[in-house]
Design a protein around this ligand. Structure first.
Ligand code: ADP
Ligand code: MG
Length: 641
């Protein structure tokens, strides 16, 4: 390991084999070594990780890196191991044994750098393991998630600031590729970062040409994009779309035109996604039509084109997505093909997240009626109260931040297994006492088609055995190759710290926070339209959004190239065709109970309840898909009055 006296430039050569620092890296490393906390805002691919990898070598204690992306953590750990730096990760894909091993390594001070997902910090056991340690540096990757002004606000990130204090982290390094002025302010405030320790390299990318097209008809859009792909020289290309289905449709369309093209989205299984990614990485002409899931872990420097087949949902997303083009510095082209339909789809995603006020109040009543120690499944709560799972999580986190709840630990309530040997073959391998135990346990396994499932709490109670013994037995059988084991039924444990004094007030507060998130997301979407419509240099507009003033036009964006001025107008399709009578009938048929639920249904926005009641098959589902949600909601409220 590098002795503390080695100059940092020498370590950069000798440990990592790099000849010089990239822009921004050196001041970040210097500040950290001087004991300061730092916010570093560099574009993706510009080498943010080195900013902690290098100083970590100079610290005697641990560097804890909190990162939400499991794939990236894996890559990082492998990268560091290549350089003989002791690193490990803790994430949900590790087995119990592996997790124990890492805990032990932490206790024995064997690790220099530890990666953990943010939710890991909701695990008391993990916190206990860390509390005995000297944490010299805590790194927050994707730090923009901490700000409600950021495009991907994750309230559990706010817990990280508290955690940095609780763990006595000596200094913090916050990393992100995009931060508006407000977001940067939030990050600096939460982690006590001084203004001079905010290091950013600027967003201007002179080798990118950004262009815009507004199309009136969907058919026209396909043709236009095809034309663009055909007229441009071949090169690695990403086409971003909003919906999984569009990614398949467009990939199919381009394939049928003889182009090397594949779809990529979160609905595909890991294996298929990895195959697409490998294929893309190895090619110099591949086209991937992807939802935003694609690109996170991609370190490919020669991406020549990034097309937005659909409008991006925010300027932060847009700038990250186009930022994947041309990292080698060579000219690259980015183009948006916007259509009015895109707007409604994106708005509906946003509106679908806001639950009913009543749902929030019922969920609160449920939570605070529990015993002091209790556990929940987010999925169950989502279904019970008709709140999207992500929003259930958000609400729980708000309650934690208000010091009403405290998370204890996550666990699995059940296991699923598939037999590789028959039960009879298994029993033959054990003595009579163990066989008896296994028989009793398996008597409580419920068989589906090929998988069995075992509810641990229920089975342990029924056969009067320890829950841990059941788990150990199943794990042993897996190790011996008798079965394939999977955990299921994820639950999070909580402790009630304090019952709220005033339920009404709490409801109001939480609900208004959700409504506030909704309106911030809508504003963010409107900024994208402003960029498309802006008569002026688009690059300057974009830079200004991120707080950077540029005095001259870029000379190479759509506007500077004098492409025809665009006009993306809102298509305000009016609310028509549904009268009081019909509305009453619809309420009866669907058994929905409120204006908001009905508005979602008519606009084609799903919710746990709509899915559960199979209402997507109803002939009126999505019948007003072209009318803005806000209009539908307002009209319904008037009709119901
Ligand atoms: P980011 O997190 O900013 O997206 P990474 O930290 O993943 O970027 O770095 C991107 C690539 O740049 C990596 O392959 C890394 O090894 C390389 N890199 C980082 N710093 C340097 C440097 N000073 N010289 C050369 N390559 C570097
Ligand atoms: Mg990174």
């Amino acid at each position: 390991m590098t002795p503390e006296s080695t100059p940092i430039l020498e370590s950069l050569h000798s440990v990592f084999g790099f000849s010089s620092f990239r822009e921004g890296q050196e001041p970040v490393v210097q500040h950290l070594l001087n004991g300061k906390s730092v916010l570093a805002v560099f574009p993706t691919g510009s080498g943010k990780s080195l900013c902690y990898q290098l100083p970590a070598l100079y610290f005697s204690g641990l560097t804890l890196v909190v990162s939400p992306l499991i794939a990236l953590m894996k890559d990082q750990v492998e990268f560091l191991k290549e350089f003989d730096i002791a690193a490990a990760r803790l994430d949900s894909t590790l087995s119990r044994e592996e997790t124990k091993g890492v805990h032990l390594d932490i206790r024995n001070r064997k690790l220099k750098i530890l990666f953990a997902a943010p939710e890991r910090l909701s695990n008391e056991r993990f916190i206990q393991v860390l509390q005995g340690q000297m944490i010299d540096l805590m790194v927050i990757d994707e730090a923009h998630c901490i700000s409600e002004w950021g495009h991907n606000f994750r309230p559990e990130y706010l817990k990280l600031a508290k955690m940095a204090m609780r763990l006595n982290a000596r200094r913090v390094l916050a990393l992100t590729a995009t931060a508006t002025r407000k977001v940067a302010e939030d990050i600096c405030r939460e982690f006590s970062i001084e203004p001079e320790a905010f290091i950013h390299t600027g967003y201007y990318r002179p080798n990118l040409t950004i262009r815009f097209h507004v199309v009136q008809e969907l058919q026209q859009r396909r043709e236009l994009m095809l034309k663009r792909v055909q007229e441009n020289a071949k090169g690695p290309t990403i086409v971003y779309v909003t919906l999984q289905k569009t990614s398949e449709d467009i990939a199919y369309f381009l394939q049928s035109e003889g182009l090397p093209c594949r779809a990529y989205h979160a609905g595909m299984n890991n294996e298929d996604r990895n195959a697409v990614q490998d294929w893309f990485m190895a090619s110099d002409s591949a086209i991937v039509v992807a939802t935003i899931a694609f690109g996170m872990g991609i370190d490919k420097s020669d991406i020549r084109y990034v097309y937005h087949y659909n409008l991006p949902k925010s300027l932060e997303n847009y700038s990250q997505e186009i930022g994947r083009a041309g990292r080698d510095g060579l000219p690259s082209a980015c183009e948006i093909f916007a259509a009015h339909e895109d707007l409604i789809v994106l708005e509906n995603f946003i509106y679908g997240d806001t639950p009913e006020k009543k749902a929030v109040s019922e969920m609160l009543a449920f939570l605070f009626a529990q015993e002091t120690l209790f556990d929940i499944s987010v999925h169950e709560l989502a279904n019970a109260f008709d709140i999207r799972p992500l929003v259930v999580n958000t609400l729980l986190t708000y309650l934690e931040l208000m010091n009403l709840l405290e998370s204890t630990q996550p666990f699995y309530s059940s296991y699923k297994f598939q037999l590789k040997s028959s039960f009879e073959e298994i029993y033959l391998r054990f003595d009579s006492v163990r066989t008896e135990f296994l028989k009793k346990m398996f008597a409580h396994a419920v068989r589906a088609r090929t998988w069995f499932s075992i509810d641990l709490a229920h089975t342990a109670e029924a056969i009067q055995e320890d829950r841990d013994r059941l788990i150990r037995a199943l794990q042993f059988l897996e190790e011996e190759g008798h079965l394939i084991l999977q955990t299921s039924g994820f639950r999070q444990g909580y402790r009630i710290v304090k019952t709220p004094d005033d339920h009404g007030l709490l409801e109001k507060k939480l609900y208004s926070q959700l409504v506030n998130n909704e309106s911030l997301n809508i504003t963010r979407l409107n900024h994208v339209i402003e960029l498309v419509n802006h008569s002026g240099c688009k690059v300057r507009f974009l830079l200004k959004y991120f707080g950077q003033n540029r005095n001259e036009d870029c000379g190479h964006c759509g506007w500077c190239l004098q492409e025809k001025n665009l006009d993306f107008e809102r298509n305000s399709v009016p609310f028509t065709g549904i009268g009081r009578e019909q509305l009453r009938a619809l309420f009866e048929e669907t058994a929905l109970t409120s204006a908001r639920q009905m508005a979602r249904f008519l606009c084609g926005i799903t919710s746990p309840l709509i899915t559960k009641k199979r209402l997507r098959k109803h002939p009126s589902f999505a019948c007003l898909v072209e009318v803005p949600f806000a209009n539908v909601l307002k009209s319904l409220e008037i009709l119901l009055d």
